[in-house]
Write a protein of this length. Structure first.
Length: 292
């Protein structure tokens, strides 16, 4: 009997110990679950805190934006036609057929409305960087209005400027050595265009290059709104239909190469052709000014 009672006491003690250990495990499990819930809640609260912005490229005005050949103020406007993956610029009996348009860009940044400038402070948190660069941008030709280039996450808020540089590569820079090695046609130049020029029925292939170095700042009115969990699209447009035009006539792109008679004219035309705007439907029009 004593043995039985002793065994009975030991069994009760063991049971109490197991209960206490189980209670501790449950308490620990509850604490872990609570911590996981807090982390999950924090993650959920951060989800959608920002949106994303896609940068697209366009090499010409969208269909309908460039008038058919007509006389305005005594000057004839060129017609822009799509021919497969090429763009044809026609004026009178002359044409420029563009087969490739490539531009070196760098320091592509989107500035917050309240920021003074993207260049004021290195690594400025008020500016969202697409590409530090240099990066080779191939502008779409033919029937394509736009082509997406890069997408970045951006905190929700308003942005009123896109800043970027058209950049002549620096052959003495170790930072650009890899880019030049990968793109040997871009030594000390920023723009390269290939195609065919036709004047009076005489055709000749050309390669046009430029060492244009220019900082561009494009303002948005109204500002671009980036909302949580949503996407927005910006388009950089370089209207190539205006590049090789002098008054009411086309010029041979080869004559605008370094030292050529039309070098200054075409450089100026290129700088005047640049625009940037919000284009969420990717139609090549400014969403807030559909006629442009």
């Amino acid at each position: 009997m004593r043995r039985a009672n002793l065994l009975g006491v030991r069994s009760t003690q063991s049971l109490d110990l197991e209960i206490k250990m189980t209670d501790r495990k449950l308490a620990l499990t509850r604490r872990i679950a609570a911590a996981i819930a807090l982390v999950g809640a924090a993650a959920c609260s951060n989800t959608g805190a920002g949106g994303n912005v896609t940068l697209s490229l366009s090499a010409r005005q969208a269909p309908g934006a460039v008038p058919a050949p007509s006389v305005t103020g005594g000057l004839t406007s060129p017609a822009v036609l799509a021919a497969g993956d090429s763009t044809v610029i026609a004026l009178g009996n002359d044409t420029v057929i563009l087969r490739s348009v490539e531009v070196v860009l760098r320091k592509i940044e989107l500035k917050r409305l309240e920021a003074a400038s993207c260049d004021t402070v290195s690594g400025n948190g008020d500016c969202e960087e697409f590409e530090a660069g240099p990066v080779l941008a191939s502008f779409p030709l033919g029937a394509a209005n736009t082509a997406a280039a890069v997408t970045v996450d951006a905190p929700a808020g308003q942005y009123d400027n896109l800043e970027f540089e058209i950049h002549k590569t620096d052959t003495t820079s170790s930072k650009e050595a890899a880019f030049i090695a990968a793109n040997p046609n871009f030594k000390a130049i920023s723009i390269r265009v290939t195609g065919t020029y036709s004047q009076g029925g005489s055709r000749s292939d050309f390669v046009f290059t430029s060492d244009l170095d220019a900082s561009e700042e494009m303002a948005f009115s109204p500002p671009l709104d980036v909302t949580a969990g949503a996407g927005a699209n910006l388009t950089i447009r370089m209207d190539v239909s205006t590049w090789f035009v002098n008054g009411g006539a086309l010029v041979d792109p080869a004559s605008a190469n370094n030292g050529g008679p039309n070098e200054g004219l075409v450089k100026n035309n290129i700088e005047q052709s640049i625009d940037a705007f919000e284009d969420d439907n990717h139609d090549g029009h400014d969403d807030h000014h559909e006629g442009s």
